[in-house]
Design a protein around this ligand. Structure first.
Ligand code: PEP
Length: 251
């Protein structure tokens, strides 16, 4: 397998007005060409900001992504946004299956899979999220739950180029809690084995992100775990100094 170039992707969630564009500019300005050679950086933003962000960062190393998409290309789906629309606005990737979508909107593995295929259809990279809840972990079911989500959410045809997998334990998102390095290593090893078994070399080279309360203070340790190829960052992506502090784990 090749050496995997890590990715640190921010997820702004339902945060950010046009006044927040400066944060992305500040992040982009803080990525030296040397750092850009070692790690990729992306901000996944609300749909209303994507075109503006893509324009204001077009000459920089920062890439822009969406946070969700509909599975269809167009049609009678009021309020929804297609992957083609995100690509048209300047996104290069889209998060699908975030736990907040799975919880707030009842998204199933099958739907997440259809959304990932929609992302590819539009030329976007699909960032597919999986992760167990607190009660599932307490019941000793973390590996089983993540394996099931992985099997059900990743479409056939996934490659190291068109898909990124993010392990985000639900209980670690926005809570300040993180799993131990050993727990992250265990899950990422299981994901890697499952991906290799299913996709061969493409699974060996696929980027596996960790997400859940990543901060500048814990980034180095978490990013140093075997089979962790970067981070998906919520809260700490809203402040340029925090996001740059996480990227610095790869400096
Ligand atoms: C997320 O929601 O993708 C996330 C990782 O959030 P936070 O970093 O705030 O825990």
């Amino acid at each position: 397998s090749q050496t995997i170039k890590p990715l640190v992707a921010g997820n702004w969630k339902m945060n950010g007005l046009r006044s927040h564009l400066d944060v992305a500019s500040e992040i982009a300005a803080g990525i030296s060409s040397e750092l850009a050679g070692k790690v990729d950086a992306m901000i996944c933003a609300p749909a209303t900001l994507i075109q503006l962000l893509a324009q204001s960062t077009s000459a920089t190393a920062l890439r822009i992504g969406g946070e969700d998409c509909h599975s269809a290309e167009s049609g009678a789906h009021t309020g929804d946004i297609s992957a083609e629309m995100l690509a048209d606005a300047g996104a290069t990737a889209v998060i699908v299956g975030h736990s907040e979508r799975r919880t707030d909107h009842g998204e199933t593995d099958a739907l997440v899979k259809a959304k990932a295929e929609a992302a590819w259809r539009a030329g976007l990279v699909a960032i597919i999220c999986v992760g167990e809840t607190e009660s599932e972990r307490k019941a000793g079911r973390a590996v089983e739950v993540v394996s099931g989500q992985l099997a059900g959410s990743i479409p056939d045809g996934a490659t190291a180029q068109n898909t990124i997998l993010a392990y985000e334990p639900v209980w670690a998102i926005g809570t300040g809690l993180t799993p131990t390095s050993g727990d992250v290593e265990e899950i990422h090893w299981e994901m890697r084995e499952a991906l290799i078994a299913r996709l061969g070399a493409q699974g060996a080279d696929m980027r596996l992100l960790y997400g859940g309360s990543v901060k500048p203070g814990n980034a180095q340790e978490l990013m140093g775990v075997k089979n962790v190829d970067g981070a998906l960052v919520g809260g700490a992506s809203l402040k340029a100094t925090d996001f740059l502090g996480i990227l610095a784990a790869y400096a």
